[in-house]
Write a protein that binds this ligand. Sequence first.
Ligand code: FAD
Length: 438
Amino acid sequence: MRIIIVGGVAAGMSAATRLRRLSEKDEIIVFEKGPFVSFANCGLPYHISKTIKHRSQLIVQTADDLRSRFNIDVRVNSEVTHIDRDNKMISVNHDDQQEKLYYDKLILSLGSSPVIPKIEGLHTQSNIFQLRNIPDLDNIMSHLDESIKTVAVLGAGFIGIEVTENLIKRGFSVNLIERSNQILPNLDIEMAQSITNELIKNDVRINTGTTINKVSRDILYLDNGMSIQADAVIIAAGIRPNSDIAIAAGLKVGPNKGIVVDHDFKTSDSNIYAIGDVISVIHQITEQETLIPLAGPANRHGRQVADAIHGLSIKNKPEIGTSIVKVFSKSAASTGINEKQAKQLGLNYHVTHTFSYHHASYYPGATQVMMKLIFTNTGDIIGAQAVGNEGVDKRIDLLATAIKFRLKVDDLPELELTYAPPFGAAKDPVHISGYVAE
Ligand code: FAD
């Protein structure tokens, strides 16, 4: 069987290696538009400050490694431009040469791209950047020389915030611009406040509730009437799925342009599968179609689609969207839905806020975790957020597990967790949020 994978990073490469483990016989070909496969998108912001010292550390496996270790035919700089579903053929552009290839099964792991807002003057400027892949990073790194003093970051989601932190660490003066009235819109505003304070403490200038109207040379004109000087602008204002070739081939997409797939990751064509950022997923809490562009789900999809192609029993389950961001000495994490979404959905919900130490208060170094729990009248946990210096990841990972496996708030005090004074508390912050909610 010939299986062609389009897109060779998180989801695509995870599918390719799992397919090889499941069968030595299949012919597996991966086409990647860019020059690199299997690179660490999530690490890109940290090379700006050289926290990740060498660019080479971001390249997890090369095309040659994959060929020799797994007998996977990896072809970089090869863009798939067309899918001919009737004849099960794809067209590929490589070095301006067109090639057509037959597939038995096709996996689309096309990822997503940054949304570049329509802003007057933006496209005529050479100092505007995005960060999605290694060439984008190279572009930023080669531009950020001694002549650059000020940088603006458009978008205060987790990528914008990570970029901001690393620019500050590198010594730039940074203006962060966010259209909504708070940074990190996945959090509720009172939870985001402590991260806002942390950014301000580290000299980030924050401009919320506004966006860029016009760019002229190094001046950004904001829609609140202010203007900002910036030698460079990095855009991190959300993403859109790279579903254009799927749409052109008539595959079904959702309202968010994510490719619609079934429980086996099959698209509306039974020989074509789709995984990763490019698919529309069902949210476990809202039961609505949404996009959850995160690395964990993308890697899982990759493994599961290979299993599905080999007839193993899997289920593309609804997702909850769990994420975390480090912001200087603090972290912020969330899972499930936030209170703004609960309100919009008209749910009958309750909220608790708790402040408790990440490990025994008497053991040196204890810091407070601020937690928010959102749950329904029936005790179903529908969302959680945490902010603090330490232990935020552990609490949200626990609550994400609780939500995923449908525990109720009164199950939380029952969790039997590791405890010794350097690690936690006999009454962990998660227990306390459960007690308060009961
Ligand atoms: P991608 O990894 O984007 O791979 C898709 C590939 O398909 C691309 O390389 C693209 O060139 C290729 N492609 C597209 N169209 C074609 C075509 N027609 N022909 C051939 N090739 C094509 N997630 C987290 O969970 N935690 C994090 O900390 C985190 N940090 C991030 C930081 C940054 C800067 C970025 C950009 C993303 C981050 N993410 C993070 C998100 C995470 O990287 C993505 O969710 C994940 O990479 C999605 O995997 P994917 O395989 O679907 O898409």
